[in-house]
Ligand binder design. Sequence first.
Ligand SMILES: [Zn+2]
Length: 312
Amino acid sequence: VTDWALAVDVGGTKLAVARVRNDGSVQVRAQRPTPQSPDADEIWSALLSLISDVSAGDEPERIGVGCGGPMRWPAGEVSPLNLPAWRDFPLRRRLREHHPNAMVRVHNDAVAMAVGEHWRGAGRGSRNFLGVVVSTGVGGGLVVDGRVVNGRTGNAGHIGHVVVDPDGPPCACGGIGCLEAIARGPAVVDWAQRQGWVASVGVATGTALTESARAGDSMAVAALIRAGRALGVALASVVAALDLDTVAIGGGLAGAGELLLGPARAAFDRHARLDFTRDCRIVPTALGVDAGLVGAGAFVLAADHYWPAGAD
Ligand SMILES: [Zn+2]
């Protein structure tokens, strides 16, 4: 048995492949922008060429994948919201056809990130953990009693659709007032612009908003406070339901650091009043962009904790 797995991270903006070792270290990393093509096979070919670069002639025995959802799990038929060319794309079957001797496991990218952070990042040593990604969407993954929780359809941990304001804005899911509708990067930028915020240079993105906030722009600061507050309110409910000890927050908008986490903790402290909820730590993620690859590796390298027996 080789001491590494092939780890794959499929997103709407970038494809990344690496070797992840038994100890969770990431090696031989390769990535490229996701082809913005309506042709499913063009994206598949781009992924295959990254895989062949990273494999470099060594046949992988284990392949773990984190991919944008939704998907049929564990079948690994994926329809990533931000990758319209793939609808019911049989990612797992394709990988198995290409590597017939390999074990292949595919899960939601937010679950991969959370698992990576639990295995080797900010959640290390935690027994009851939630990893949250605040980016174009808001996603998450759950570890309870030391094991990843998948739920009935593999969708447990979807904190983005916890309702934080029943009279709030409509959400892309069809609901109203979901955390994601308020705290996803584009929604935060949108709200700031409606209050009169203008990006000082270039395009209005979450990064530009964070820079403005760092420079003291009060509208940019207010937009991050509003998003952080929604996050803290959602976490108070989730922590009460699940009795967690640690929540780690990552993703693009979490690059705002304390400008987002400070208001999240303040709202959490206001709403989480029971002893067991109050003790939960809210921390930034530790692995940065590698978290998804580390977690994808964990699906096949540390399956005792991160893949349910029989779900293949
Ligand atoms: Zn929603």
